[in-house]
Design a protein around this ligand. Structure first.
Ligand SMILES: Cc1ncc(COP(=O)(O)O)c(C=O)c1O
Length: 386
């Protein structure tokens, strides 16, 4: 099928318009804190901004303990270690590779479970078949900030005496029912990486309502120190620095504004792109909180008449850096690919997703232009003579 030269029809954006470009708000507020950090010469180690961020995040999420860390990957690793996980852990393959790598790096075996195509999260109905004598935990991922089936997972885990942990990297500001994510399982781990709508350059946080676990995590995050000259356990350096915390604080006071921007962009994409056969923008439950940081197009190649990869290439040609997530799935990546898995829904979804730019690095005009491009690509591929 001949592909029209898209550049005849549309202007190419001067600068790349990317998925995951960081949000920026209130530079002055941030710089004020940076100057204070420099003036006081207190850069890390339980500084005032890390403590303030932990308190404010804990209050926002309604969770007892919030432990800031240098990034979510290390946060996951220290959580697994402090929880004393052994043997294997069940997780979805439809996630960022860090979820699986964090387990593998500390010597745990991964058992990939297929997803529910409606939620894109682990399918709880498949969990019990995977549990064996060596399983110590279920690790759910709230993909796109849409909550895992927390109640069902809790019941299954209780039946088999397993820990439940969540990779909540996508899910800051999201809820399951009326309860904010951050309160589920034994603990949850958020990512505040620069690509996340709420970021601390690099960073993350572990949240839990378990006092003992929180204490152990705080100590493990700081080399196992219990107090000066008193090392009570193994540990590592997983601390967040003051400058990272100050970025978080600067953004936190604008969190509603950032979600509103994401939501407005999401609504434009949804309105403009949902009327084509084989094309849908994923839904968010209006009765739950979501951060709307992910605009996820699912493209059924047969019905839409254009392949997912052709659409991405077309967008890249116009400097719109759309992305395929989580292609090709963790189970197809090294070192996991040597085993055989049956993950049909995961594989189907990995071939369908297109993530589109949002956040405050773009505006509604840019979003509308991107919609024009996508509409054009779909229409011309379906009817090449047009
Ligand atoms: C689902 C998921 N888990 C873990 C991570 C790792 O987070 P970090 O970059 O903070 O280590 C990411 C990062 O994008 C992610 O998307």
């Amino acid at each position: 099928m001949a592909r029209n030269n898209p550049k005849k029809h549309f202007n190419v954006f001067d600068e790349p318009v990317c998925v995951g470009r960081p949000n920026l708000v209130n530079r002055q507020e941030f710089m004020c804190m940076v100057n204070d950090i420099l003036d006081r010469r207190w850069y890390t180690n339980d500084g005032k901004y890390v403590k303030k961020l932990e308190n404010e995040l804990g209050a926002y999420l309604g969770v007892k303990h919030c432990i800031a860390v240098c990034n979510a990957t290390i946060g996951l690793e220290i959580l697994f270690q402090v929880c004393g996980l052994t043997g294997n852990v069940i997780l979805p393959s439809f996630t960022f590779i860090a979820t699986a790598h964090a387990l593998t790096r500390i010597g745990l075996d991964v058992k990939f479970c297929d997803i529910d195509p409606k939620t894109h999260n682990i399918d709880p109905n498949l969990l019990e078949k995977l549990i064996d004598d060596e399983t110590s935990a279920i690790l759910g991922v709230h993909v796109w900030g849409r909550p895992s089936k927390v109640a069902q997972i809790k019941k299954i885990a209780a039946r088999h005496d397993l820990k439940v942990l969540y990779d909540a990297a996508h899910a800051f500001g999201c809820s399951s029912g009326n309860t904010m994510i951050g309160n589920f399982g034994n603990a949850e781990v958020f990512s505040f990486h620069a690509t996340k709508f709420f970021n601390t350059f690099e960073g993350g946080a572990i949240t839990t309502n378990d006092d003992e676990l929180a204490l152990a995590l705080r100590s493990f995050r700081n080399f196992g120190f219990l107090g000066a000259d008193n090392v009570g356990s193994l540990g590592t350096n997983a601390k967040m620095a003051e400058i990272n915390a100050s970025m978080g604080l600067a953004l936190l006071s604008h969190i509603k504004e950032l979600v509103d921007i994401n939501k407005a962009h999401y609504q434009i994409y949804k309105d403009r792109l949902s009327s084509f056969d084989g094309v849908s923008v994923i839904d968010y439950n209006p009765n739950e909180k979501n951060n709307y940081q992910y605009v996820v197009l699912e493209l059924d190649e047969q019905l839409a008449g254009i392949s997912r990869d052709a659409l991405i290439e077309f967008l890249h040609d116009h400097n719109v850096i759309a992305r395929r997530y989580f292609y090709p799935g963790c189970h197809k990546a090294t070192p996991y690919h040597t085993r055989k898995y049956s993950l049909p829904e995961t594989e189907l979804l990995c071939g369908k997703t297109v993530l589109l730019p949002t956040g405050n690095s773009v505006n509604i005009n840019v979003v509308s232009e991107i919609c024009n491009l996508i509409q054009h690509a779909i229409k011309t591929q379906m009817r090449p003579s047009e």
